[in-house]
Write a protein that binds this ligand. Structure first.
Ligand code: TXA
Ligand code: MG
Length: 564
């Protein structure tokens, strides 16, 4: 089938030309053809709403189930009485305020409306789109235009003409290109046939805006969750899996920091991520699509469908998505996302998780910590704090000076090597130094750990166990590795001789010590950093999942283990 393409992106063009195109599109519609029309929400697949045969073609082109009724698009409230009856005054209050605009009203229908439009219901959905070209086409056609979103049934709606062509090529008679849709999610559907106005689908007009004008609105169950199999939804369209790209989606609700971290703890190389601008940096190895800044809900709506569609062009096998909160148009964006996910929703909670990580030099502690950071975790680096304290804290320096005379030069510079030699092979001197250091360092470390309110935080300390910091951790992890590998890694990393590398390792606690004191051992016998990183990722993902679940249900397996 040949499609006539009308480019009306720039309506400042020649007036006569535009009027010709509007007339031509209207003629196709009057003659029973299918014309895709731009609206402020999404593109619509239009047909003469009074022509049963024409409307039937819509269902065929979309592959839409016959029991899913269509919206009639009209030019204003003056057309309501032609197609609706028992119109409550409230309807006019709303149309005066919100039409033309993204609000659809469900009202009692008149018999002129064919059954095929309403799927046999005694109500009909009507709306007046806020698009001048489309309004002119409807006016010119002189009939209401039945128009569902112009996508294949089950796919995300189309917000550009290009996307319409992808889905509808060869199935339509005309396409009016009005540029990208401004709102980006479909209209709000409000049922006015019951006792109280009932929200059947959240959309471009927010619940808050409606309630400011007409008072409390009932939100239909189908908006917030999946209806049980046997329950019949009031908006039949709400029962279908919808808006869905090919890869399965999981939606993460809750505080954006928490949901970003939750997603970061679960991603793999083939994960697609939908997130806010603020968090894209957490996903350098994934296919990431941003909804825009967290606060810009208008942008989330504009981008959502385009972004969902774009994943079908990539090779992702799963999609993890951050969800806006449900204020304003966020309710509509979240609703579409959740429906695209078949309501597979994870509520990210703000429980904090503290992991203690310890082990000798060259075992792979730094790599493990890097991976944890990539997963959204933060790190408290005990060694770094110790160094800073040595530089800055005078009372620490005084005590060291008293116990180890001579390690400070005359101009008060600490000779760390000399201090090392003092304690290196003398365990009693070492424990003397440690007790001085812990006394000064621990209060600060304890404060920092207490300050972690959400997310995953690793405490990185070679003396985690000896200092007693391990008792502040949910779990402790020993990173271990065969000595020969450690020697080679330290030599390469620090550019030191083999003898010196061996000496350093011999001054540290053995793997056996760490293994026996920690809850978990993360063994690193990997030849390449890459394969170790993958092991680490899998390890942390499992551990974090387990801990989250424990916290959620208030159990503590660690305590149980200790009782054994
Ligand atoms: O923004 C929009 O509303 C777009 C543009 C093109 O105007 N249209 C749109 O249509 O989203 P569609 O067909 O994709 O979604 C219409 C929804 C369906 O969920 C359908 O079940 C519901 O409206 N609906 C239609 N008539 C109804 C009725 N009489 N009672 C309850 N729900 C109805
Ligand atoms: Mg639709």
């Amino acid at each position: 089938m040949e499609t006539v393409y009308y480019d009306l992106r720039d309506t400042k063009g020649k007036k006569q030309d535009i009027e010709d195109k509007i007339r031509a599109a209207a003629r196709i519609l009057r003659d029973g053809g299918l014309v895709v029309i731009p609206t402020e929400t999404v593109y619509g697949l239009g047909a003469n709403g009074l022509d049963e045969k024409a409307v039937q073609r819509i269902f065929e082109a979309k592959g839409r189930p016959q029991d899913n009724p269509l919206i009639l698009h009209i030019t204003g409230q003056q057309w309501l009485p032609r197609y609706c009856q028992e119109i409550p005054p409230l309807a006019y209050v709303l149309t005066r305020k919100f039409w033309p605009g993204p609000l659809t009203l469900v009202l009692k229908r008149k018999s002129v409306v064919p059954d095929v439009v309403t799927a046999g219901l005694d109500t009909v959905a009507v709306r007046c789109p806020n698009n001048q070209v489309t309004l002119s086409i409807i006016r010119e056609a002189g009939v209401p235009i039945a128009a569902p979103s112009a996508n294949l049934s089950g796919k995300p709606s189309c917000t550009t003409a290009q996307e319409v062509i992808e889905d509808m090529e060869g199935k339509i008679d005309g396409l009016v290109d009005g540029g990208p849709c401004l709102v980006g999610v479909e209209s709000t559907i409000l049922d006015l046939t019951g006792e109280q106005p009932r929200l059947l689908r959240p959309g471009g007009v927010s619940v808050e805006a409606l309630e400011r004008i007409i008072g409390p609105i009932t939100v239909d169950k189908a908006v917030t969750g999946l209806l049980p199999e046997e329950e019949k939804p009031r908006a039949p369209g709400m029962k279908y899996r919808h808006y869905a790209p090919n890869a399965p989606i999981t939606v993460f609700t809750g505080d954006p920091e928490a949901s970003a971290r939750e997603i970061a703890s679960r991603v793999g190389p083939n994960t697609g991520v939908i997130c806010f601008d603020e968090f894209t940096r957490l996903f350098p190895h994934q296919v990431v699509r941003s909804l825009g800044p967290y606060e810009d809900k208008q942008m989330h709506a504009q981008r959502l469908f385009h972004l969902l569609r774009s994943f079908d062009l990539s090779t992702v096998t799963e999609i993890l998505a951050q969800c806006p909160d449900s204020r304003g148009i966020g309710l509509a964006v979240g609703n579409r996302l959740k429906r695209a996910a078949g309501f597979h929703v994870v509520e990210s909670d703000d429980q904090r998780i503290i992991l203690g990580i310890t082990g000798g030099s060259g075992a792979g502690k730094s790599t493990a910590l890097e991976v944890l950071k990539e997963m959204g975790g933060s790190v408290i680096d005990c060694d770094k704090l110790y160094s800073a304290l040595l530089d800055e804290n005078q009372s620490l320096r005084n005590e060291i000076n008293a116990s180890f005379p001579g390690v400070f030069s005359l101009d008060d510079v600490l000779d760390r090597k000399a201090l090392g030699q003092e304690v290196f092979s003398k365990p009693d001197r070492m424990s003397r130094l440690n007790s001085i250091v812990y006394k000064h360092l621990l209060p600060d470390l304890e404060r920092r750990i207490a300050d972690v309110k959400t997310g995953i935080c690793a405490v990185d300390g070679i003396s985690l166990i000896e200092s007693g910091l391990d008792r502040l951790c949910d779990r402790t992890i020993a990173v271990t590795s065969p000595i020969e590998l450690r020697v080679r890694r330290i030599m390469a990393r620090d550019g030191i001789s083999e003898d010196y590398a061996r000496l350093r390792i011999s001054a540290q606690k053995t793997d056996e010590f760490y293994r026996s004191k920690c809850d978990y051992e993360l063994g690193n016998a990997a030849e390449t950093p890459e394969s170790f990183r993958e092991d680490v990722r899998i390890f942390f993902r499992r551990l974090i999942d387990e801990l989250r679940e424990e916290k959620r249900y208030g159990i503590n397996r660690k305590a149980e283990n200790y009782d054994d």
